[in-house]
Design a protein around this ligand. Structure first.
Ligand code: GLU
Length: 138
């Protein structure tokens, strides 16, 4: 069972997001990730295999000052536990970031029907959802 945290507000998002992931650790997970839209208008995505504390170490290498973001602890169902398969996932056009809990039963069908021209970066069912949004909402 994964964990999902989101924040948008007047404060720095990152401490809130990481604190939220720590609170959700008891649910079990194999990897974790965080996305922040920074105050200077950058999209920063950091993901790590293993524990939330490993992710916390990694984010120190990035400037992630920003007031909105999403974070996730993943329990792999589709694709091995890895950095590439960890959430958030991003659409091919780089406009949408997405985290997801659960399983998309018909992901293969959706991929074949609508996304044959999209280059996927992960083995997850989740990436199908964000690629669909990227393709049809843009
Ligand atoms: N099915 C998704 C995956 O394997 C989400 C798993 C979860 O709920 O953490 O990435």
């Amino acid at each position: 069972m994964c964990g999902i945290v989101g924040y948008t507000g007047v404060n720095n998002a990152l401490p809130f997001l990481l604190n939220g992931l720590e609170k959700l650790e008891y649910r079990g997970y194999d990897s974790a990730g965080v996305y922040v839209h920074t105050d200077d208008n950058r999209d920063v995505l950091v993901r790590e295999k293993g524990r939330v504390k490993d992710l916390e170490k990694k984010v120190k290498e990035y400037d992630m000052q920003g007031k909105s973001g999403i974070a996730h602890t993943r329990w792999a169902t589709h694709g091995q536990p890895s950095i590439e398969n960890a959430h958030p996932h991003v659409s091919a056009d780089g406009r949408y970031y997405l985290v997801h809990n659960g399983v998309i039963e018909n992901y293969k069908q959706l991929k074949a029907d609508y996304l044959s021209d999209v280059e996927f970066k992960s083995q997850t069912d989740t990436e199908v959802a964000v690629q669909l949004v990227g393709k049809f909402a843009s």
